[in-house]
Design a protein around this ligand. Structure first.
Ligand code: 13P
Length: 287
């Protein structure tokens, strides 16, 4: 059964650890992430961007696949299926499709419009027993066509959005999607501390988890980050392992071209990445 992400993140905030949000792209991704969460007895959030939802033929397919996999794999740890960077329309579709959590990304809108739409979606999500994430101060970089400048959130605006009853909040603190450039200045902990001061016990979300050094991750958790999003790192690990398999000519040996063999090293690489992140975020044995 899928669960809303509120309870697991409230527990994480109180217990000073973070739950990993790992983006999924297909069956292999989902299977690898679920297997490791179960192995480490950790709650987990499966993130679906609008682009990935479209790729997998739509949110209904995704919800049906994930629900069935949780059952068939005998997964007992809490699993949330969460729309990542959702538009207003995307949020409504995921509510209907049977997701257990949504993110409304109104960070590119004027704050008053972000507030108005977030408020409406908070009511709708809660009516359906789902959790909802909102965003203030856009995340930099590009993810599935969603481009952000990487601005830092205004703590007063965070307070306004938090007061609408959102269950967790993404606040930009200099984080970006994708690989960090060599001249990246690092996370802005002053802004994070101010956001936490204004939002109290509300779990905070750190997007752009790929490539953030371990010490910065740990410090962010001490300052109230309870959900960390990772996408690119799993993609890089998958691509690297698959390239090695093919470059070694293994697809040409025997039945090495069988997709179950061809995709196996990549799936194993995703598992290793997820294992590493869950250990770093401190959510192992917190299911
Ligand atoms: P990365 O791709 O940088 O890991 O970011 C993932 C993310 O924030 C998804 O919302």
């Amino acid at each position: 059964m899928l669960v809303a992400a509120k309870e697991m993140l409230d527990k994480a905030k109180a217990g000073h650890y973070a739950v990993g949000h790992f983006n999924i792209n297909n069956l292999e991704w989902t299977k690898s992430i679920l297997a490791v969460a179960q192995e480490l007895n950790s709650p987990v959030i499966l993130g679906v961007s609008e682009g990935a939802g479209k790729y997998m033929t739509g949110y209904k397919t995704v919800a049906a696949m994930v629900k069935a996999m949780v059952e068939e794999m005998g997964i007992t740890v809490p699993v949330a299926l969460h729309l990542d960077h959702g538009s207003y329309e995307g949020c409504k579709k995921c509510i209907e499709a049977g997701f257990s959590s949504i993110m409304f990304d109104g960070s590119h809108l004027p704050i008053e419009e972000n507030i108005e739409k977030t408020k409406e979606l908070v009511a709708l999500a809660h009516e359906h027993g789902m959790s909802i994430e909102a965003e203030v101060g856009s995340i930099g970089g590009e993810e599935d066509g969603v481009i952000g400048e990487g601005e830092c959130a205004d703590p007063n605006e965070c307070k306004k959005i938090a007061d609408l009853g959102v269950d967790f909040l993404a606040a930009g603190i200099g984080n970006i999607h994708g690989k960090y450039p060599a001249n990246w200045k690092g996370l802005n902990f002053d802004v994070l501390a101010k956001v936490q001061e204004k939002t109290g016990t509300l779990p905070l979300v750190l997007h752009g988890g790929t490539g953030i050094p371990a010490d910065m991750i740990k410090k962010a958790i001490t300052l109230g980050v309870s959900k960390i999003n990772v996408n690119t790192e799993c993609q890089l690990a998958f691509a690297d392992a698959t390239r090695k398999y093919i470059e070694a000519g293994k697809d040409l040996e025997g039945k090495g071209f069988d997709p179950r063999k061809l995709l196996a090293p990549g799936a194993e690489a995703i598992k290793n990445t997820v294992r590493e992140k869950i250990e770093l975020f401190g959510s192992a044995n917190k299911a």
